[in-house]
Design a protein around this ligand. Structure first.
Ligand code: IPE
Ligand code: IPE
Ligand code: MG
Length: 246
């Protein structure tokens, strides 16, 4: 709480997680609390993204991965899915130039072919435009599922005739949508849920998990700061005994 009263958020003495992943959850509950339709929560959630991208650039995070739409989310009511697709298209239309100016390099995680052709086209254009940007890599997991990603990787490896003897963890990682990016250091989940919901199930094997009760539209710069402070209090042991992992 005392943290909230600080005017400037000084992270100079902290280790900044290089790769932050966020399960952006709680838009529906945010809307319900206000008597609004769920899609209004998704709109507020999309607006919040701008704050978090800015904060990541400010704090010096290199890679931000956000879970925007899961393979399981197709089971939601049609109207909600339509609303989400519309919001996604609008964010790309309205924010792309700013993101590009800011030096954000967009990556997509998931199956692009499963979404509407006009949206696919917007995504492809955005990836192409921003591909050489260096300030922040923004991975957008959209039509993404961790299990689907693993199956996709296995299919690709079979198609490439990878021999069982050559298969290593590093090679397997290379076939995932995250390719040669480092694994997330921290996985933040908003809205108080304590599960991974099929997100980065391979890559997050040793990530620090940070659940927070804040609903996604309410999770701002200060909440991200608090998450980084908490990350600094963790002892990452990677299976070793404390002295070895220092
Ligand atoms: C997260 O918010 C956004 C998506 C999954 C697309 P939810 O829509 O899951 O919000 P809650 O969990 O119902 O509050
Ligand atoms: C996870 O949230 C997916 C995204 C944030 C895109 P969900 O709300 O879909 O997950 P569950 O249903 O609580 O596991
Ligand atoms: Mg949810």
């Amino acid at each position: 709480m005392a943290l909230r009263q600080q005017k400037s958020l000084d992270l100079s003495t902290y280790t900044i997680p290089r790769h932050v992943a966020i399960i952006m959850d709680g838009n529906g509950r945010w809307a319900r609390k206000r008597g609004l339709p769920r899609v209004a929560g998704h709109r507020a959630g999309a607006e919040n993204l701008r704050r978090i991208i800015n904060a990541c650039v400010e704090f010096g995070v290199d890679i931000l991965t956000i879970y925007a739409f899961s393979t399981e989310n197709w089971g939601r009511p049609e109207a909600e899915i339509r609303g989400l697709m519309r919001i996604f298209a609008r964010v790309l239309d309205q924010e792309l130039d700013d993101l590009h100016q800011q030096g954000v390099c967009l990556h997509h995680l998931g199956d692009l072919t499963g979404i509407a052709p006009n949206l696919q086209e917007k995504v492809r254009r955005a990836l192409q435009l921003t591909k050489d940007n260096k300030k922040l890599i923004l991975n957008v997991a959209f039509n993404y599922g961790g299990r689907a990603e693993i199956l996709h990787a296995v299919r690709q490896m079979l198609a490439d005739n990878i021999s069982p003897d050559d298969l290593t963890e590093a090679l397997f990682s290379y076939y995932l949508f995250t390719r040669d990016l480092p694994d997330p250091d921290i996985v933040i989940r908003t809205s108080g849920e304590l599960r991974i919901s099929n997100f980065l199930i391979w890559q997050a094997a040793y990530s620090e998990y940070y659940p927070t009760p804040a609903l996604w539209p309410d999770f701002g710069r200060e909440e991200l700061f608090e998450a980084i402070v908490a990350f600094n209090q963790r002892e990452r042991r990677f299976g070793l005994v404390p002295e070895e992992s220092q």
